[in-house]
Design a protein around this ligand. Structure first.
Ligand code: ADP
Ligand code: MG
Length: 314
């Protein structure tokens, strides 16, 4: 009797936009006791937009945006895309050195001429534009290059983060100095809060958020959706470690994510769940279950189907 039950569960899921890669995962999701959510692109839409640019006195907002866009034009990160979009036509078209053509097979070449661009996952990006080193990333990352982050800018950054904005720092120079910060806004998915509420009703014992973003921003989003436990400033391998720890305590642990940076955690989780539309290929491959229309609320549906398949089998 096992097969028809599993198959009907899987078919039922498929009708509702939940793709189970195999029957074992249907049963497993019914046993989940703890669940971890990535923030950007998972609990939020991940459609980032530049919200505000603040420069230190020697620079203009446009200087900050252009410098950042020169290196971010090589980035696939949503933060990079938002910055490039905002810089838009204000970015001067420079002659493009041959080297950068090699670095950028996807072809944003007409935008700017940064070379030797290097993206460091979960941290930021560096490159050289107009013979100046350009550094864009989170505070910890940029601090590796500059002697200090100006105090008044730190305060502004903090208050933006408390509103849920992601703040990236921009520095320039071979002896680098801070040019300013770019605050980036994201939107919480409409079903995020309802989904968390539902998971609590289903008796899930632990619900956490895992993010590469900073603590303040993460707390603000967590509060908005009803998640109490936040792990911030995580690298991809740190996300995996948190999943392992949760497994020691709760055995069956689900992870929901969309990014390349979530792939190790999705693979480690007892049940990896990826966002079907916005998810990166790497995340989709690492996951066991795919939410075809990015609908978070389907997680609760999947758990319900999983629990039902178990109770019928037994
Ligand atoms: P998340 O877990 O929220 O999806 P990531 O792990 O991708 O975030 O990135 C974590 C942080 O690293 C970002 O919030 C940002 O501060 C910084 N960062 C990563 N990539 C970039 C980039 N291309 N440009 C600027 N900052 C970046
Ligand atoms: Mg993400």
């Amino acid at each position: 009797a096992i097969m028809p039950t599993l198959l009907s569960g899987i078919a039922n899921g498929a009708r509702q936009g939940i793709l189970f890669k195999n029957g074992a995962q249907l049963e497993k999701i019914g046993k989940v006791r703890a669940i971890a959510f990535d923030k950007t692109g998972t609990l939020t839409t991940g459609q980032l937009q530049v919200f505000q640019v603040i420069s230190v006195s020697e620079y203009t907002q446009s200087n900050v945006l252009k410098a950042a866009a020169s290196v971010e034009s090589y980035s696939e990160h949503p933060i990079g895309k938002a910055i490039v979009q905002a810089a838009g036509e204000t970015v001067r078209v420079l002659a493009v050195p041959v080297e950068s053509k090699l670095l950028n097979p996807k072809g944003d070449l007409d935008l700017v001429g940064a070379i030797q661009v290097q993206a460091i996952p979960g941290q930021g990006i560096v490159g050289i534009a107009q013979e100046q080193q350009i550094i864009v990333g989170n505070a910890v990352f940029v601090q590796q290059y500059v002697t200090n982050l100006p105090e008044e800018l730190r305060e502004i950054a903090q208050s933006l983060e408390q509103e849920g904005k992601t703040v990236v720092w921009v520095a320039q120079g071979n002896i680098a100095e801070v040019m300013g910060v770019i605050a980036i806004a994201d939107e919480v998915r409409s079903q995020a809060t309802a989904t968390i509420t539902r998971l609590k009703q289903l008796g899930i014992e632990q619900i956490v958020m895992l993010t590469g973003d900073n603590e303040e921003t993460a707390q603000s989003v967590a509060k908005a959706v009803g998640i109490d436990r936040v792990y911030a400033q995580l690298l991809p391998e740190d996300k995996l470690d948190v999943i392992r720890h949760l497994q020691q305590k709760y055995q069956t642990v689900a992870m929901v994510g969309d990014g390349i940076n979530d792939a190790p955690a999705l693979a480690q989780a007892s049940v990896g769940i990826a966002m079907g539309i916005s998810g990166s290929d790497v995340a989709l491959e690492a996951a066991d279950i795919v939410l075809m229309a990015d609908k978070l609320e389907k997680i609760a549906v999947a758990m319900h189907l999983g629990r039902r398949s178990q109770s019928i089998v037994k």
